[in-house]
Design a protein around this ligand. Structure first.
Ligand code: NDP
Ligand code: DXP
Ligand code: MN
Length: 393
């Protein structure tokens, strides 16, 4: 029987990257109100054990493992469940294309670009955590959102904060976006002292529990540069009016300043279930278990200017945004390669931004044609970044 009140029908949801930090937080919320959702598809890269556990609990129509070598393991793990099991990058795109009311894009890196585009082109409401998509192909993604009438909801905590206080009907009255940055685990360290830092030190974020790649990005402050580009594509504000301010406590998640001097901010404990919940419930608000702020015991909120001398990623990213075209995609690909090598201990921490700078210098900015162009450019930038890493070995 058809529900006479469609707003009470369970929301059909797909989660790309369900086994990661954002994906698991999304399922945590869904699991707290199981009657409100049906799960269409869950996807992972290679973590069969976690994906199979999630599938047994949430019973999606389809489970996809991107690494085809893990297909047999997933089939065996889900034997008898009736869940359709698929493998490979194309199967992730198929999962993203299944009819759903809401899709969480929580794959890490440019690998999420094609699946995100598939969901946008299907007209699905996309909650996007996967910032690298917008960095690589912001114009193409936002144009597809317009063309296909889909809705893009920012999950990244800063962008979600801005989204909550940005008056799109009065965008001309916005004078500045103030993107807050924690400063990462090395905020107070001298640059020379960073030469020997280990992956364990770099992933130890002071406030947030996140996947390894974004944690390293926070440590180099590349994350804030990626977020600058992400904000540029999500909000109608010119680049020179998007400023970064270091706020070590990560309580204010970003701010919007208006022409009259008013500054609107969104605050909350550093728990991704608040911004994820905002997008999951949108346009309503839903309850989340995120710890509440206690202003009586919140000792202080500090702010300081970012330091591009110690964190050159801040300059590299703004320059790439200004250069436009291919530059942000090249920068992102080189960063993904460099972070992978740092985590594998085959590149030093300071080598990360060196490799990004070298790759950008070798591939001057040019206009982007289409999605295939971005994918080809991404592959070429990865090849050159690998060479830059090898030269340092
Ligand atoms: N973590 C956070 O709090 C925040 C994250 N973000 C952004 O959200 C995205 C996800 O971050 P996070 O959850 O921390 O990352 P994780 O590394 O924790 O999770 C990444 C997810 O993507 C899957 N995955 C990795 N590579 C591929 C691939 N090639 N193809 C398909 N799936 C793949 C992983 O599968 P498997 O587990 O099998 O490896 C996993 O499910 C990133 O873009 C990040 O910048 C933004 C704001 C906050
Ligand atoms: C939770 C989230 O959105 C991350 O992007 C977080 O903001 C990282 O913190 P910093 O990059 O500010 O250290
Ligand atoms: Mn963020």
């Amino acid at each position: 029987m058809k529900d006479s009140n469609p707003s009470h029908a369970p929301k059909a949801v797909t989660i790309l990257g369900s086994t990661g930090s954002v994906g698991a937080n999304t399922l945590d919320l869904i699991g707290r109100d199981p009657d409100a959702y049906t799960v269409v598809a869950l996807t992972a890269n290679e973590n069969v054990a976690a994906l199979a556990d999630q599938c047994r609990r949430f019973r999606p129509q389809m489970a996809v493992i991107a690494n085809p070598e893990r297909y047999g393991d997933l089939v065996a793990a889900l034997d008898g469940t009736g869940i359709e099991v698929r493998a490979g990058a194309d199967a992730v795109i198929e999962a993203a294309s299944l009819p759903a009311d809401w899709l969480m894009g929580a794959i890490v890196g440019a690998a999420g670009l094609k699946p995100t585009m598939a969901a946008v082109e299907r007209g699905t409401t996309v909650a996007l955590a996967n910032k690298e998509c917008l960095v690589c192909a912001g114009e193409l993604v936002t144009a597809a959102v317009e063309r296909c009438g889909s809705i893009l909801l920012p999950v990244d905590s800063e962008h979600n904060a801005i989204f909550q206080v940005f008056d799109f009907d009065k965008a001309d009255d916005v004078s500045r976006i103030l993107l807050t940055a924690s400063g990462g685990p090395f905020r107070t360290r001298a640059r020379d002292s960073l030469a020997q830092v280990t992956p364990e030190e770099a992933v130890a974020h002071p406030n947030w529990s996140m996947g390894a790649k974004i944690s390293v990005d926070s440590a180099t402050m590349m994350n804030k540069g990626l977020e600058l580009i992400e904000a540029y594509h999500l909000f109608p504000v010119p680049e020179e009016r998007i400023e970064i301010v270091v706020h070590p406590q990560s309580i204010i998640h970003s701010m919007v300043e208006y022409a009259d001097g008013s500054v609107l901010a969104q605050l909350g404990s550093p728990d991704m279930r608040t911004p994820i919940g905002y997008t999951l419930g949108w346009p309503e608000r839903i309850a989340t278990p995120s710890p509440r702020l206690d202003f009586a015991t919140l000792a202080r909120l500090d702010f300081e200017a970012p330091d591009p001398d110690r964190f050159p990623a801040l300059t590299l990213t703004r320059d790439a945004l200004r250069a436009g075209g291919s530059a942000p995609a090249v920068m992102n690909a080189a960063n993904e390669v460099a972070v992978k090598h740092f985590l594998n201990r085959t590149l030093s921490f300071l080598g990360i931004t060196d490799v990004v700078a070298e790759t950008l210098a070798a591939m001057p900015a040019r206009p982007l044609a289409d999605l295939d162009d971005v994918i080809a450019l991404d592959a070429e930038a990865r090849r050159r970044a690998e060479e830059a890493v090898m030269r340092r070995a």
